[in-house]
Design a protein around this ligand. Structure first.
Ligand SMILES: [Zn+2]
Length: 72
């Protein structure tokens, strides 16, 4: 399992999110955004998946996830 903070995912707080895979981290991150920062979640949902900002975010996310420390 790896832990990242909401901030690392581009969010606004330092809540820790733990997940086994990048996909799971993404899903849990979006769920957290929907609950804690619904205005950000709405903005993201409006963006097309091939938006350059989203692509850049995803590349950074994968690198940050790979670099995140493993936790039990
Ligand atoms: Zn947050």
């Amino acid at each position: 399992m790896k832990t990242m903070t909401c901030n690392q995912l581009g969010g606004k707080c330092d809540v820790s999110i733990t997940a086994a895979t990048a996909d799971e981290m993404m899903a849990k991150g979006m769920a957290h955004l929907g609950e804690a920062h619904p205005e950000m979640a709405a903005d993201i949902k409006k963006m097309p998946e091939d938006d350059p900002i989203m692509k850049a975010w995803y590349a950074k996310f994968l690198a940050d996830f790979a670099a995140a420390p493993e936790v039990a």
